[in-house]
Design a protein around this ligand. Structure first.
Ligand SMILES: Nc1ncnc2c1ncn2[C@@H]1O[C@H](COP(=O)(O)OP(=O)(O)O)[C@@H](O)[C@H]1O
Ligand SMILES: [Mg+2]
Length: 418
């Protein structure tokens, strides 16, 4: 089979590593991919925001299967375009991806199907939103409706902060169209858990739980990032909570999708808050997370590509998805300064035996250089979190480039409790 993965980050590199040895695959492309993937697949520099461009390539190459991984093309209907041209895909259709594409849609969906989530109010008028804040209690959560590179959520501690945020999102349009409408949400307290699930529209098979570290600096300080590291399993996500999530969240979500004829064949990501009143949904994503994917896929015992084929054909069985009962720790190596300004162009050195998931890298004079904020990640799995952490940090210390930066405390809080 001729297969393509759409995307260019660490997440896509891990998907590539997990499927590349499947004997059914005769040729493997990554669109656009990055310089760190070139030895494992053919990178094709196309504009993945343009469905027609990707479709043209897929038809010309007679691709058999396309894994559409990032949010933008999914929300933009790339799977619809490819499947209507007869090319099988892993990834939801546009009417399923809207669970991530519009936070207002997702909240209304949860309300329609009685899925536990924070109380919320939606606004398209800045004036009305500001008036609402005047009688609200703080902290309160303000979210841009559409995709905003993971930056569209503000937890406002005061009225002034809330008003400033509303003006920036709705009037100054710092997130463009995405912020023209907003959701204002009750602030939930608890531990967060990320649960990714394979979903073929008929069945849903949750993967091992994980916990990501979003803040830039040690001790959860600093700005929000795309993710600086992640561990699995999530120690707060007990068997009892998992059971409860299945009954009150996962199955009702699946039934809701079915009853609304939404075609979801891909990875459905549940961002959960484990509150005193039980687990509640913070958000849905319509795809694998980054760096959750780099953290959990090394623990997947079953063949990822076979699962993806089954998902696409609506033949998924929960027993097809088996994870090792081990711990995993993923640490991201970033360019110092990220998520703000950072220097690029520094050569990266690393032992050739390491399995590294590359993200923000380019090639210059036959050498990889950093070209983005999150540059690469390493993952280790072991029987205990402590060992997995040690191994990942051991590896990170042997990977070098000028001005590299990483958090030193991924999983440390959990290890100290255990
Ligand atoms: N209702 C809420 N109560 C408390 N914290 C929240 C709430 N909604 C979001 N958050 C926090 O903000 C983060 C980002 O929100 P999320 O809805 O996941 O948006 P995105 O991932 O698109 O930025 C969450 O991981 C969580 O830490
Ligand atoms: Mg989130």
């Amino acid at each position: 089979m001729k297969v393509a993965i759409i995307g260019s980050g660490g997440r896509e590199h891990m998907i590539l590593k997990k499927i590349k040895h499947n004997p059914k695959i005769t040729q493997l492309f990554v669109i656009p991919g990055n310089a760190g993937m070139q030895q494992e697949a053919t990178c094709v520099p196309l504009d993945i925001t343009r469905n027609e461009e990707v479709l043209g390539f897929a038809l010309e190459q007679k691709l058999d299967f396309v894994i559409v991984s990032p949010d933008n093309p999914l929300v933009g209907g790339m799977v619809d375009v490819l499947e209507e041209a007869g090319i099988a895909c892993f990834g939801p259709r546009q009417n399923g991806a809207i669970l991530e594409g519009s936070k207002i849609f997702a909240k209304d969906f949860m309300k329609r199907h009685a899925i536990p989530t924070a109380q919320y109010w939606t606004f398209s008028s800045t004036q009305e939103a500001i008036e609402f804040l005047h009688q609200a209690s703080f902290p309160i959560v303000i979210k841009a409706d559409g995709l905003a590179f993971g930056k569209g959520v503000i937890i406002a501690q005061t009225l002034q902060e809330g008003v400033k945020c509303l003006k920036e999102m709705m009037e100054e349009e710092i997130f463009g169209e995405s912020g023209k409408q907003v959701v204002i949400e009750e602030f939930l307290e608890g531990k967060e858990a990320s649960i990714l699930a394979f979903c073929d529209g008929k069945n849903i098979a949750p993967m091992i739980s994980s916990m990501d570290y979003k803040k830039a600096l040690d001790g959860d300080q600093g700005l929000n990032t795309g993710g600086m590291g992640c561990i699995a399993p999530n120690p707060y996500y007990t068997k009892e909570i998992a059971q409860k999530c299945m009954e009150t969240i996962f199955l009702p979500t699946l039934k809701g999708l079915q009853s609304e004829n939404r075609d979801f064949r891909g990875c459905l990501y549940f961002g959960l808050m484990l509150t005193k009143e039980g687990p509640k949904v913070i958000e849905y994503n319509c795809r694998f997370g980054d760096p959750e994917t780099q953290t959990i896929l090394p623990l997947l015992k079953s063949d990822l590509f076979e699962i993806m084929l089954k998902v696409s054909k609506r033949e998924l069985r929960t027993e097809d998805v088996i994870f090792e009962e081990k711990a995993s720790c993923c640490v991201v190596l970033a360019s110092s300064g990220y998520p703000k300004d950072f220097e690029v162009g520094h050569p990266i050195t690393y032992p050739s035996s390491f399995e590294i998931c590359f993200a923000g890298v380019k090639e210059k004079d036959h050498h990889l250089i950093n070209s983005g904020g999150r540059v690469l990640s390493v993952t280790s799995i072991a029987s205990t979190l402590q060992e997995a952490r040690q191994e990942s940090y051991q590896k990170i210390s042997q990977i070098d480039f000028k001005n590299r930066y990483y958090r030193t405390d991924i999983g440390k809080d959990i290890e100290e409790q255990q």
